[in-house]
Design a protein around this ligand. Structure first.
Ligand SMILES: C[S@@+](CC[C@H](N)C(=O)[O-])C[C@H]1O[C@@H](n2cnc3c(N)ncnc32)[C@H](O)[C@@H]1O
Ligand code: FES
Length: 449
């Protein structure tokens, strides 16, 4: 028996620019409409939807096959979706006007397409040109840079409920000609829509990229614009082996801590769960940033109090987050340099180093772990949360990239490997340590005194 009444395969294949494909024919909009319609008709649990690769009739995209009947629908638009859902999926009546009957003609079309496509790939290979995926990898800074500029100019807020290029250019105080180019790119990236010369935000842009919306990530993502400037000095940093100093503007601390808070809030509960808190009462959160981890941890354990140590320019932001969480009585803050600040010996059950070790050199980390060891009570635990590399340092990919992020951003920071952490923890005196993998790019090292 099938687990679902119907199983739908929607082709979302992307192909080289200019080659017909379902993705270029907006199959993603059909997929969105399908999910929305199934939700609103209460069918989400009865109908499984999978996006899939090329089904072979690419000139007739977007293409979808409905199983168990094996019905092919072609040239779909989002407005076709309600009829397919109500007629075919609910009433069992195929929508014949959209159906493409599989016959010998269709099979030869599929085979012909495949032959031509393979011939094109062979031809490109024979011509000795760079494969598309490598070409795309090299150019992939372009969409990223376009979105960062849009965030810097606060384009999505200016688009608001909709406007022409001229109106939006006036709001962001930019040239109309250039604004229009940027807006058109944002449409192609599915962050804006354009109808009759009027641009509007897509639902995702309205939710996450407009300043002031409840889930706005704009301030946090502006940190990436700062990092982009640093990454543009990567070649020089690789030559010299360290960050090339670039000025930090006034907004640096705000966008940096907002960025940290944004990722921390997404992960803090999972980290707190993975740590398996068990009756701890005193926690030390070194470089606690926005306080997101201390907040999640003390919320998880009613008797837990946390002390955050961070730099003086960061603490006003930390204190505001703690105040908003209503936890000023259980989380305190102290200004200081974690590498030198006085830490009372054997005073904490838990020391947290979240996204800290990558900022420092191996020698500084050894010093830091020794300080954490001294600050912990017997049986106390040190939790390191970071982008941890596997032993040969070539995976996970994000951790390898983050090493370069630290190269361009710090004097001596890097991503470190599990064996490096193990060695430092042992040298600091910890009796045992283990790596805990959690979903996402961050892993934990937990060591017990
Ligand atoms: C990458 S953020 C991590 C913040 C937080 N732990 C988290 O995971 O969201 C690093 C934090 O360490 C702080 N920091 C950097 N160097 C420090 C130092 N020498 N002493 C104390 N805090 C420091 C920064 O201000 C920042 O809040
Ligand atoms: S790309 Fe969708 S059928 Fe070929």
């Amino acid at each position: 028996m099938e687990p679902f009444r119907h199983h739908l395969f929607v082709c979302t294949q992307e192909k080289a620019e200019g080659v017909p494909c379902c993705s270029a024919a907006s199959s993603f909009r059909v997929l969105d409409a399908l999910h929305r319609e199934l939700g609103s008709q209460g069918l989400s649990d009865d109908v499984q939807v999978s996006s899939c690769g090329c089904l072979g009739i690419c000139d007739s995209g977007p293409v979808m096959i409905v199983y168990p009947e094996g019905t092919w629908y072609a040239k779909l638009v989002p407005n076709d979706v309600p009829e397919i859902v109500s007629s075919h999926l609910k009433e069992g009546q195929k929508v014949t006007r959209l159906e493409r009957i599989p016959d010998a003609g269709m099979k030869s079309e599929i085979l012909d397409h495949r032959t031509k496509y393979l011939a094109m790939l062979k031809g490109k290979d024979a011509a000795g040109v760079l494969p598309d995926d490598i070409h795309d990898m090299i150019r992939s800074f372009m969409p990223s840079r376009a979105v960062l500029t849009a965030l810097e100019l606060d384009v999505f807020t200016a688009v608001g409920k909709g406007g022409t290029a001229q109106q939006i250019a006036a709001k962001i105080q930019a040239a109309v000609r250039a604004t229009e180019m940027l807006l058109n790119v944002l449409v192609s990236l599915k962050l804006l829509e354009k109808h009759d010369g009027t641009y509007t935000n897509t639902a995702v842009a309205a939710r996450f990229l407009v300043e002031g919306s409840p889930d706005s990530a704009r301030t946090a993502q502006l940190h990436m614009a700062n990092m982009w400037r640093r990454w543009s000095k990567l070649t020089e940093a690789v030559r010299t082996g360290t960050a090339v100093e670039s000025a930090r503007d006034n907004g640096w601390v705000t966008s940096f801590i907002a960025a940290m808070d944004h990722t921390a809030r997404g992960r803090a509960r999972a980290v707190a769960q993975a740590v398996e808190l068990n009756g701890e009462t005193r926690m030390l959160d070194l470089g606690g940033g926005s306080g997101a981890y201390s907040i999640a941890f003390v919320k998880a354990v009613p008797a837990l109090h946390s002390e955050i140590v961070d730099l003086p320019e960061v603490l006003p932001i930390t204190q505001e987050h703690i105040r908003q969480a209503g936890l000023s009585d259980r989380i305190t803050t102290r200004a200081g340099d974690m590498l030198t600040v006085a830490l009372a010996p054997a005073s904490y059950d838990l020391v947290l180093l979240s996204a800290i070790c990558h900022m420092f050199s191996p020698e500084e980390n050894q010093q830091l772990l020794a300080r954490a060891y001294a600050a912990l009570a017997p049986q106390g635990r040190l939790v390191i949360s970071d982008f941890i590399l596997d032993a040969d340092k070539t995976s996970p990919r994000f951790a390898t990239l983050f090493a370069l992020n630290m190269l361009v951003g710090t004097r001596a920071g890097a991503s470190y490997s599990e064996p490096e952490y193990e060695e430092w923890l042992k040298a600091a005196g910890f009796a045992s340590s283990k790596r805990i993998r959690i979903p996402g790019p961050v892993n934990l090292m937990i060591a017990t005194k």
